[in-house]
Structures are given as structure tokens and as C-alpha cells.
Design a binder for this molecule. Sequence first.
Ligand SMILES: Cc1cc2nc3c(=O)[nH]c(=O)nc-3n(C[C@H](O)[C@H](O)[C@H](O)COP(=O)(O)OP(=O)(O)OC[C@H]3O[C@@H](n4cnc5c(N)ncnc54)[C@H](O)[C@@H]3O)c2cc1C
Length: 614
Amino acid sequence: MGLFGGRKTVYVDSDVLVVGGGFGGCGATYESRYWGRDLKVVCVEKANIERSGAVAQGLYAINCYMGMQWDENQPEDHVRYARNDLMGLVREDLGYDIARHVDSTVHKFEEWGLPIMKDPETGRYLREGKWQIMIHGESYKPIVAEAARKAATKVYNRIMVTHLLMDKTKPNRVAGAVGFNVRSGEFYVFRAKAVIVAAGGASHIFKPRSVGEGMGRTWYAPWSSASAYALPILVGAKMTQMENRIVLTRFKDGYGPVGAYFLHLKTHTENAYGKEYETTWYEHTKELVGDYIDRHPVPTCLRNHAFLEEVKAGRGPIRMVTKEAFQDPHKETVGWENFLGMTISQAVVWASQNIDPKHTNPELTTSEPYVMGSHATCSGAWASGPEDYAPDEYQWGYNRMMTVDGLFGAGDTIGGTAHKFSSGSFTEGRIAGKAAVNYVNDLGAEQPEVSEAEYEGLKTVVFQPMENYEVGRNEIVAGTVSPSYMLPIHGLQRLEKIMDEYVGGISAHYTTNEPMLTRGLELLQMLKEDLDHLGAEDLHQLQRAWELKHRAIASECVTQHTMFRTETRWPGYYYRADHPKLDDTDWHCFTLSQYDRETGSWEMEKAPVYHIVD
Ligand SMILES: Cc1cc2nc3c(=O)[nH]c(=O)nc-3n(C[C@H](O)[C@H](O)[C@H](O)COP(=O)(O)OP(=O)(O)OC[C@H]3O[C@@H](n4cnc5c(N)ncnc54)[C@H](O)[C@@H]3O)c2cc1C
């Protein structure tokens, strides 16, 4: 028994276990209670659901609302939009399923107290764009969390889930999860009949633009640490489209959002010499991707592509032209409030750099890549679709169930369904919750059982970084570099450097090729070996250690997928320099991966894309 063998273990039994209490998790918890009145529904969250996840700080717009009550859009329209933006590749069954239910989710949010702005003339929700409605959203997360809190049998805050547990008798069936309390250090064993993973996306797997003192600043939430992918990957769930990382055009240094500026304030961009530049790159882009450049709206990645090419041609920086719009006092207020509701730091950056957008057109930049499944990108787990709509090949069980029995997902976790955003993630949580309850009810007497040997073994593994530190610390008198252990921050920087340089990050101009990916995989393998020697000085660092391990396995998955897809499908997100063009003949398909935890190897395959909506 090691130094930490004496730690207390807490056992929690549940019917439905929800991992992560963000938007997907709150939706899953809420809906599981609705359909499973007598079931034990437990939500476990590494922070506190009151202010956790990507929406912690609030939002200014709900980006996915059809407006079917006013005949503004139909679900099919949203499928066409997402398909277009993702260069043809989305799971149309899953996207349609969210779109047909998302309005009811937004109506619930309003009922629960979320102030949604109204158009004074029509009385309808005020539109920021075709899909976006504007909200006073500083308290968006607490409002939604309250619904989940009231629905859950219990919410366990401050517990980081590190591993899923599998059934003792059926190897491909989930049976629960383990984790530790990041404040008290107790080890938790959650035994569950169904598990819904809703643990958000992944930032900090590629080196961020903000380093040194600014390192905590990223566009995607810095605490989104890839658990949503690592947990399913490690139990053999198939993943899809993990190469489809996202790069965002945002205001420089603060990553402030640009949507309200383009859509509501009607601002536009120009190069350093005051010239429009997108048309300059039209023919060049058409050569790479064919008529995808003629689609409307122009896919997000292609708009990035024009930006990147213009900067490479030496005509940067690209600026947002705000000077005109900000002369209108209403627009000026909206421009500033847009940050105060969700990205206060952008306003602070401008103040600190003497930028008043009324007098100076602020610079834009492209972010480092992120991995997620709910924005203009669709990385995540391969999930079974709705029974009334999904083609046979996309159905092997309950809606939103992964390729592991009893394991469901929602939000950033689920792949193939871009543009769900906050409201769509909550909606997908509801869909997964309802399906998980059906699954639990259908189990009957055949209940999953966890193996004591498995969770006892994991207890040692989970706390090993603290033991490494405790023992190795004696070898040095001061400083952070030890011969026997590596601190999580050092491991994180090493991971980010590998991904940045070899897998298409900012310093490689988002470009990679087969030799680079091959070397990247070798270096990731070496990193993985060294991660067994992570040293954690306290529980906070232990959390950092496990976040890093989750990021590392997700990064490996991203690299495998990037290697497998031998084309450049999304220029502006990343480039395969050895296959610079989009190739619809061979690659109009999904990429799937499966990790074998016994051998550490990956199996890759293609899956067909079915176009259900015309
Ligand atoms: C900067 C930014 C701006 C955005 N702007 C908008 C917008 O304007 N409008 C809009 O509609 N949407 C917007 N979105 C999208 C929206 O925030 C996401 O679509 C949504 O939050 C995804 O839901 P989720 O449940 O997958 O992840 P999250 O809401 O991030 O929730 C994940 C949860 O899992 C927890 N967790 C993670 N790992 C673990 C673990 N190992 N154990 C336990 N708990 C864990 C996290 O703490 C978190 O609470 C924005 C997102 C970002 C990052």
C-alpha cells in the first residue's frame, strides 16, 4: 500500500449518472428526472454547476433557435446550414433531432427566468442573426443549473471524474465511474446503470497564442480539459471527426467574440491598408475546394482561410471596422455590452491598449485550434441516432448511445453535429437523458456490476501523482525540476508544443503532413510514457495531472484522425500540405477511430455520410 492507500472511499449508487454539469449535463439531469420520476439521477461535476463549463461567465446570445412558432426557420433549414458550414459532413439525423426540439428548450429557459430581448415592433425574440437570439445572459448558467439542481437526486460538485468503470460480466457495458474530490481528496466510486458523459470540449491541447503571464486566456474555456473524449476513448468507444478542430477569428489578445459585431452592428473587416480582401482569394480557394466557396453563407473555415492567406501575403493585421458603427450611441452600447456579458477581458484589453473602437479599428486574429463538438465543428463520440429518423447504419441502440452499451453523451461530447451551441447542447442532454432512462428501464434484472479489483486498482492509479511527488520531492531542495517527476504544467507545455509544431497549430500556420504527424505520434508516445511520472504537490495539482492525461489521449486521437484523412477538407482550420485539396471522391465520409487500451493501438475506418435532407 502506498502513502495514499488509507484514503477514504465514498460509494454512490445511481440509475443515471451524468458526468459534467454544464449545458449538456444540466439538460441530461433535467430530462432524466422528467422521464424517470422514481430513478436515482446523480450529476457529478469537477467545479460547481452554479458557474461551471463554457457558459460560466454568461453569454450574450443563444446561437441555436429555429423560431418555428413564427415560421422563421424549420429544422431542415438548420441541417442544411450546418452541413454547408462543415463542408458537407454532418450527421443529419442527429442535427435534425436537436433542431426539432431546441425551441422548446429555449422556451423553458425563458420560463425559468432568462431575460430574452424582444423586438419592440414584432414582439418576437430579437434576432442577432438567422439562428441567434439576443439575451441578457450574465446569469444564464445559474438559471439553467437551478433546474438541474432541483431535478437531481444529488449533485456532487468538486469531483473530477478520471475513469469510467466497465461491467464485470459484459466487457462492452459501462457500469459507473471513479474520481476524486478536488477539495477533500476522498476517492469516489459511482455505480450506475447508465452514464451520460457531458464534460465539455478541449482547450490547451495546442499551444495557445497567449503564453507566459497571459496563458490562462484562451477562447474556449481553459478548464475544458478533454475529459469528454478521454473517458469514452479509454473504454473503447468509437470517435468521429476528431481531426475537425476549430480555429476562431476573434478580437486580438482578449478573444472577444465577433458575432454581434458582424451580425448586429453590421461591421466588416479590412486589411492593414483599408482594403477588402476576401475576393482576392476567391479563385485560389475555388481551386482547393471547388464550389463550396460559392455556398451561402461562406463556410466558417473558408473565411478563416482568406484571412490567413492575406496575413501570409504580408497585408496584415486584419482589422474590424468599428469606427462607423460606434458613432451610433445604441450600437456603441451594444458593442461594449457584448463583452461585459461574456468576455469582460476583451474590454479590459482594449482599455489597457488605448483602443476605443469609436476611434480605432481593433485588430483581429485567428485562435489556436480547439477540439469540440458543439460550435462550428463536430469532433466527438460516434452515437446512435433517433429511431424515427436515423438510417439503419446509424442505429445500434438507444438515441445518443455510444458504441459502448449504456454510455451516452451530449453537447461537445457527441460528434458529427455542429452548431448546437448552448441551447442545442442542453437539448441534446435532454435527448440523451430520455434515452438513458429507457435504457435503464429496459435493463430489468440484468444489472451492470462493477469489479472491486478494478476500482481498487484505479484508486492507486488516480493518486499516484501525489505519491510520485511525495517521494521524489526529497531529491531536490528547491525549484520545480526534479529527476523523478514532472509537474503538470511542464507536461502540458510539452503536449502543446508537440501538437502545435507537428499537428497543425499556430506556429506551423495550421499546416501539417504525414512525416510531421508520424513524428508527432512518436513524441506523443514518449510523452505518454513520461506522464506516468507526473508529480502532484496537492489536490489542485492532482486535478491538473488528470486534466493533462485526458488532454494527451484526446490529442493522440486528433493526430490519428488527421493522419487518416488524406485531404484538406477544412482549409482555415488546418492544412494537409501533402494533400492540399478537398477530395469528395474519397473523403466525403466520416472518419472513425477506436482505441484499444490493452495494446495502446488505434483502428481507423470510414463511415458513410447520409444526406437525409435535400
Ligand atoms: C467562448 C465561448 C463562447 C460561446 N458563445 C456562445 C454563444 O454566444 N451562444 C451560444 O448559444 N453558445 C455559445 N457557446 C457554446 C456553448 O457554451 C457550448 O456549446 C456548451 O457550453 C457546450 O455544452 P457542454 O455541456 O458540452 O459543455 P460545458 O457547458 O462546457 O460543460 C462541461 C462541464 O463538464 C465539467 N467537467 C469537465 N471535465 C470533467 C470531469 N472530468 N469530471 C467532472 N466534470 C467535468 C465542466 O466543469 C463543465 O461544467 C460558446 C462557447 C464558448 C467557449
